[in-house]
Every structure is written in structure tokens, then in C-alpha cells.
Design a binder for this molecule. Structure first.
Ligand code: HEC
Ligand code: HEC
Length: 473
């Protein structure tokens, strides 16, 4: 059996945590750089360009485009309609998040098959997805499955996606629709100022990359990734975490100092994937390494994509597989890139199955702003399919994924039929995609993902810590 893709990261981190000791301090302190961690992603150009100058003008233009509701077909859906600042740049309807979990597009009746990712801190994701052979982990890219290498490449995605902004005519992307509306918009003058007086005379297909450049530049500013959370304040000595938040931070990092490398603390393992650098001088605390993993998220039965099957009324947005649709994540990107079907199963597959061990892998999202919401009662949806509805539920899932209603019984996902012979009821529905190979701790070993052994208070402390990651501006 091949080694677990994240086993190496894990063992490096554990070795590093055990190998160092330093006096306990309430807040993260600089530490020597540890081995084994993925290199901190390079700061993308433009990050923090708040001052005047051409970059700032370009960013302001990008912001206007991002909030422009006229850029969809029919009009009404802006980028910000699915990525609203008040919800940490995710979907702004509590009701939709609670009932559905994915987002309606501009065309009536059409929904995307995934939950809108936050765009905050997305600018730090390295170009991807790239395979790190030493760690055996894929990193980076944009979207849950990394299919766009970077932010500039990402922008045309929603503009021409029939389930999103739907700028499509005769079944083909129609850049002229987007460019016409920009030329009519309130910021057309700014657009010409930035890209030249004759920019609207260019073929529309040549204007889209300029649009993308502007939007991506804004997405890279401090306005989108402000590092202004209570956690950041506490790091800078301007705020104090309360006892519950601090305990959560220690559990998430498995370190008494709240930063990998300190004296070991009970470890909820989150930092393997949602990590911060051991040495804060090497890069910002992003609460993700942008690595890919399958943590066993069940399908979201309320995903409307499953019933988007009417080819007559919905020729472009339809899902030919209906309820049999499986979201293979990275396996839906890298196999088709080799002219194989998504997941490399079924007709057209080469018979090797999931030979890259990439089915069900999704990019680890940042934990920053996961709790950002306009009011405490507002519901946010979590995970790639939006099937989870609260942070409490997410943490409970990590704590108990491999458990059943019978105390002490553990589901072993490496068995041919993990559910055969169970005495208790599994606590959670089965993973949407189950290659046990890539499931963190598939056998349900105690103290690891799926069977963390956290008390209810410890679960609550982790949630309290996650709430400190909400940006204040
Ligand atoms: C109808 C809802 C919708 C609209 C409109 C929309 N998005 Fe998204 N966005 C999503 C969803 C859903 C995802 C995740 C899709 C996936 O992973 O396949 C996403 C993902 C992203 C990501 C990836 C972030 C990451 O960390 O991987 C970026 C960046 C982004 N959108 C920017 C934009 C921009 C720019 C626009 C406007 C041009 C836009 N979106 C319009 C729903 C939307
Ligand atoms: C093995 C890597 C890994 C570990 C360990 C891990 N996560 Fe995750 N996390 C992920 C991935 C991958 C996703 C996206 C999964 C998906 O949607 O299918 C995710 C998603 C999340 C989300 C949802 C974010 C959103 O925008 O929807 C939260 C919250 C979260 N994790 C918190 C935690 C906490 C708390 C822990 C520790 C108890 C933890 N994670 C441990 C990889 C990991």
C-alpha cells in the first residue's frame, strides 16, 4: 500500500513538535524554521498595495467590476452576489445556505454544484495544482479543485459558467456581452483611463484578460485579506484571547504556545492542513497550506445540481448524471486533463482506476473568516458542497467521523465494506468519495482525525478559536 499522502507532513510536524521545547507563552513567538512544512507561499505581487499609483487604480477598477450586477445574463448577478464581504466573501443568504448550501446563478433555476469559496486570502494560494513529491501532496490553484492556476485565470470561470453569470450565446462563451456592459457602465471612463482610450474597440476576447487583471489585482489587496482579526490583534499584543479561545488555539496547533514547535499540547490535528508557519518570520498565518485532502465529507443530498437534469429546458446547465453525479474534486480535473473521464471510472477510463490517488481531494480552505456573518443567527454553509451548516457541526465531524452510536465502535474505511457488521448506527453518512488511501486516519485510530477524543468543551473551545479569525475590516 502506498503511504498516505499526508503521512509525511504529519510525521514531520509531529517530529518537529516533539523535538523542540520552549517556555510556554500565551501567544505565538518566533521560532526557528521547522523541517517538513511546505514552504510559505510567496507573497503575490500587489499584496498590500494600498497607496496611490497605477496598481491602486487598477485595484479600484477591479473592485467596481466585482460589484457590478450588470455583468451577468440576465443582469442581476455580480461576483459579489456570491462572494459578499459581510459573510467573509461567501453566499449572503442565510436561507439559501441553510436550505441548499450551493448558490443560484443568474439564469433562473440554475445552481452551481459547489459552495462559493471565500475569496479572502485566496491571493496567497500558490500557482497550482502542483505535486510536491517529497510530501506527496498537491498544493495550490484556485477553486475547491484547483482547476484555475491563479486568480487571473480564475475570473473567466464564473463569467462564462452557465450556472453562474451565464455570459453565453449559442452555447459558446460570449465575451461581447461582458464588454458591452462594462462599456455602458459607470466606470467605463476609468476602464479607458487604465487600459487606453480605444480599449473598447479591441476584439472582446482581448478585453477579458484585462478585466481579469483588474479583478485579480483587487482580490490581492489588503481590503480583501486584511489580517485584522482578534487573533491578529492578539499576536500583535493589542488584544487577549480568552481562556476558551486560547485553549482552542492550542488544540488546533497541538502546541502550548499556539504555534507549531512549542511544548506539545493535546492535538486536534487541524494544523496538519490548516497550518501556520512554525517561524512567523517566514510567512503570514494563513491557517491553510493550500494542500489537497479528502476528509470524507458526505454528499449534500440537497444540492440542486442533482435534479438539474432537464436537457430540453436547461440544455447548458444540466447534469446528465442526475443523482449519480459524484464530485471527484482533483480527480475531476487531472484525469480529464489526460483525456480520461472524471475520476477515471466508467466509459473511456484506462482501467487503472484512481491511479493518482486524487479522487475526492479538495483544496484545504483558510480558516480565516469562516465565522464571518452579519448576525449570530445567520447560517453559513461549509465544505465544498455546503452540506454542513455550523462550525459546531464541522468540529463534531472531525471529532467523530469514524464513530458509531455504540461506544467504542470504530469504522475502518480501509475495509472493502466498512459498514458491514457494525453494531451501532454510524454517526455520519458515508463519505461522498471513499478512497481510504487519501482519507486522513481511515482506520479511525484514537487521537486522530475522525476519532479525536475531544470533549464537548474542547469542541466548543475550537469553535471559539475559529471565531477569533474573523476580520474586523
Ligand atoms: C453564482 C455564484 C458565483 C458567482 C456569481 C461568482 N462566483 Fe466565485 N465561486 C463560486 C463558487 C461556487 C466557487 C467554488 C467553485 C468550485 O470550486 O468549483 C467560487 C470560487 C471562486 C474563487 C476561488 C477561491 C479559492 O480560494 O479557491 C474565486 C477567486 C472566485 N470565485 C472569484 C469570483 C469572481 C472574480 C467572480 C466574478 C467574475 C465570481 N467569483 C463570481 C460562486 C460564484
Ligand atoms: C487532512 C487535512 C485536514 C485536516 C487535518 C483538517 N482539515 Fe479542515 N478542511 C480540509 C479540507 C480538504 C477541507 C475542504 C473539504 C471539503 O470541502 O471536501 C476542510 C474544510 C474545513 C472547514 C470548512 C471551511 C469552509 O470554508 O467551508 C473548516 C471550518 C475546517 N476544515 C476546520 C478544521 C478543523 C477545526 C480541523 C481540526 C479539528 C480541521 N479542519 C482539520 C482539510 C483538513
Amino acid at each position: 500500500m502506498r503511504s498516505h499522502p499526508l503521512a509525511l507532513v504529519f510525521s514531520f510536524l509531529i517530529a518537529f513538535i516533539l523535538g523542540l521545547s520552549s517556555p510556554g507563552t500565551a501567544l505565538p513567538q518566533p521560532k526557528p524554521k521547522g523541517p517538513g512544512q511546505p514552504p510559505p507561499p510567496p507573497r503575490p505581487p500587489g499584496q498590500g498595495t494600498g497607496g496611490p499609483g497605477p496598481q491602486a487604480t487598477l485595484a479600484q477598477l477591479g473592485k467596481q467590476i466585482f460589484f457590478d450586477r450588470s455583468l451577468s445574463n440576465p443582469a442581476g448577478t455580480a461576483c459579489a452576489s456570491c462572494h459578499a464581504p459581510a459573510t467573509g466573501f461567501t453566499f449572503p443568504s442565510s436561507n439559501t445556505n441553510a436550505q441548499i448550501g450551493t448558490a443560484p446563478g443568474a439564469a433562473p433555476g440554475r445552481f452551481g454544484n459547489r459552495k462559493p469559496s471565500t475569496i479572502s486570502y485566496a491571493s496567497f494560494s500558490p500557482k497550482g495544482p502542483t505535486f510536491n513529491p517529497a510530501l506527496k501532496v498537491y498544493f495550490g490553484g484556485q477553486f475547491w479543485d484547483g482547476r484555475a492556476p491563479d486568480l487571473v485565470a480564475q475570473v473567466p470561470g464564473p463569467l462564462f459558467n452557465v450556472n453562474e453569470m451565464n455570459n453565453v450565446l449559442h452555447n459558446l462563451p460570449a465575451p461581447e456581452l461582458v464588454v458591452q456592459n462594462i462599456a455602458k457602465g459607470g466606470y467605463a471612463t476609468l476602464f479607458k483611463q487604465v487600459f487606453g482610450a480605444n480599449v473598447f474597440a479591441l476584439p472582446p476576447a482581448q478585453v477579458i484578460p484585462l478585466v481579469a487583471q483588474a479583478v485579480a489585482t483587487w482580490e490581492t489587496t489588503a481590503e480583501v485579506s486584511s489580517f485584522s482579526s482578534k487573533y491578529d490583534m492578539a499576536r500583535n499584543g493589542q488584544a487577549q484571547l480568552n481562556a476558551s479561545e486560547l485553549n482552542g488555539l492550542r488544540l488546533v496547533t497541538g502546541s502550548t504556545t499556539g504555534r507549531p514547535g512549542g511544548p506539545p499540547f493535546k492535538n486536534a490535528q487541524c494544523g496538519i492542513c490548516h497550518g501556520i508557519p512554525a517561524d512567523p518570520r517566514t510567512g503570514p498565518d494563513l491557517w491553510t497550506f493550500f494542500g489537497f485532502a479528502n476528509i470524507g465529507v458526505p454528499r449534500n443530498p440537497r444540492n440542486p445540481f442533482y435534479i438539474q437534469t432537464n436537457a430540453a429546458t436547461n440544455p447548458l446547465g444540466f447534469n446528465a448524471q442526475g443523482a449519480n453525479f459524484v464530485d471527484y474534486g482533483l480527480g475531476g480535473v487531472l484525469y480529464p486533463a489526460q483525456k480520461l473521464p472524471a475520476g477515471n471510472t466508467g466509459v473511456g477510463s484506462n482501467g487503472l482506476g484512481d491511479f493518482l490517488a486524487i479522487n475526492g481531494l479538495f483544496k484545504t480552505p483558510t480558516l480565516r473568516n469562516v465565522d464571518k456573518r452579519p448576525s449570530p443567527a445567520f447560517v453559513k454553509a461549509y465544505f465544498h458542497n455546503g452540506g454542513f451548516k455550523s462550525l459546531e457541526q464541522v468540529v463534531r465531524f472531525y471529532n467523530t467521523r469514524n464513530l458509531t452510536s455504540k461506544a467504542g465502535e470504530v469504522i475502518d474505511f480501509t475495509l472493502a465494506n466498512p459498514y458491514a457488521g457494525l453494531v451501532g448506527q454510524p454517526i455520519w453518512p458515508p463519505p461522498e468519495v471513499l478512497p481510504a488511501l487519501t482519507l486522513q486516519n481511515p482506520t479511525g485510530q484514537a487521537g486522530k482525525i475522525g476519532n479525536l477524543g475531544l470533549t464537548l468543551q474542547e469542541e466548543a473551545d475550537i469553535v471559539a478559536f475559529l471565531r477569533t479569525l474573523t476580520d474586523q475590516r
